[in-house]
Design a protein around this ligand. Sequence first.
Ligand code: FNR
Length: 464
Amino acid sequence: MVLSFCDKLILAPMVRVGTLPMRLLALDYGADIVYCEELVDIKMLQCRRVVNEVLQTVDYIAPTERVIFQTCDKEKDRLVFQLGTADPERALAVAKFIENDVAAIDVNMGCPKEYSTKILKTLVNGTSKPVTCKIRILPTLEDTISLVRIIERTGVAAIAVHGRKKEERPQHPVHCDFIKAISEAVSIPVIANGGSQELIREYTDIEAFRSITATSSVMVARAAMWNPSIFRKDGFLPLEDVMRDYIKHAVRYNNHYTNTKYCLCQMMRDQLESPLGRKLHATQSTLDICDVFEMTSFYESCQLSQEARKGFLNINETIEAENDNTENYDTVQLPVKFEKKDYLPQVTPKMFLLEWCRKEKLPQPVYYTVQRSLDKFFHSVVTVDEKKFCSTLWDKSKKLAEQAAAIVCLRTLGLPEGKLGEKESDLVRKRKRGIQDESVKMTDSQGADQFKKRLHHSENVDNL
Ligand code: FNR
C-alpha cells in the first residue's frame, strides 16, 4: 500500500540518531512513520546491498565494510529514506537502488537551490515510491510560498517544513505562522517540524503543534531523541526503561556500539555526570553497555541465538549448494576443515591431490568455489576422475575451502594428505579399503622438501 502522509506522527531524520534501533523504538512507542538519517548519494552508490540472513536485515555496506544503512521488514512499509544530494542522476540511481526496501524517498533540501526541483521531478518520474522533501523556510513568507508551490508542481507526495530560516538556531522560536500559511497555500500534506523544546515537551503537545500550524502531520526530532517514548499516547516511560528498550534493539541488530552509546548519551544529556552517566561514558563495547544496564544475560542470549541461526543457515546453505547442482547427488561430503597448523609446512592437500592425479594420468583436479552472501564464507567442490568431493563446512577464504575439498577427496581415496603425524598404518588401513597408493610417509619438513621437488613440473606450486 502507498504510504500516506496525512494525520501522522513522524520521527524526523537525524544524523547518527535515526539508525535502525531508534526507528524501531519510535515505531514501538507509537510513531507512524520514521525517517532514516540523511544519507549522501555518493556514499550510498559505493555500497553493496546484502541480505543478512542471521539478523534478518538488509544491509548496505561500504567498501570499508561499515554498514551505512540497515533496515528490516518491521519498518519497511513505514520507513522514509532521506537522501542528501545535489545531482538528479545520482539521486535517481540511489532511489532505484533502495526503493524496494523503503516506503518513500525524501530529499533533504535544507536551503533549497535551483537544482533541487529538478531532482524532485527526476525522482517522481523515475521511482515507484512516493517522493517527499524537507525544507527550511526562506527569509520572506512570499518567497517561501512561491517555493512550495513550485515544489508541489513536481509531484511530491508531501512537504516537511522546519519552521526556521537558514541562519536560525534551534533555540530561536519556530515560525508557526509560516508553516500555517504554507499548509494553506498547497493541497498536498504539509508536515510541521521545529517544535521540540519550545512547544513540544510531551505527547499532547504534538497535537497542539499540529493544530496551530494547521498541518496534516507533525515531525519530531529533538524531543524524540531525548526520550523516544514521547510518541506514546499514554505518556512518557521512565528514561531508564526507554534506554533498556533501545539497547534491546541495538543488541538484536548488532548496532555499532559507538552509535548505541551516542544515542544513549543524547537520552542522558543532563545526567551524564550521574553514576550511571559516568559508567556509560566509560563503555567501550556493546557488552560493556549491557553490563552497565544489567542486561548481560540478554546480550548473551542474543549472541547465542545468532550463533544458532548461523549454524542452522550453514546447514541449509550446504543443502542448497548441493541441490543447486543437478549432478551433485553423488558428491562425497565430509565435515572437514583445513587447519594450517596441522599440516606440513608449504605442502598442502591440494599438492598431494595434484601429484596423485598426475601419477594416475588423470586430468588435473578442478575446483568450483562459491561465496555466500550471509557471511562471505566460501565453499568448494573438487572434481577428480569425474567424481565430486566437498566439505560440509564453509570457510573464511577460497584457499581454505579448496584445501578442505582436497582433504575430503584424499581421505575418501585413502591417500596421504600431508597431515603432521599421519601414520603409515592409517594409510595401510585406507589402502586395505581397496585403494592402491605408493605415496611416502610425510611427517616432517624434509619430507615436504622432497615432495616439493617431485612437483618441479607443476607450474602453480605456490598457489596450491
Ligand atoms: C537534525 N536534523 C536533520 N534534518 C534533516 O533533514 N536531516 C538530518 O539528517 C538531520 N540530522 C539531525 C541530527 C540531529 C542530532 C538533530 C538534533 C537534528 C534537523 C531535524 O530533523 C529537525 O528539522 C530539527 O531538529 C527541528 O525539529 P525539532 O528538533 O524541533 O523537533
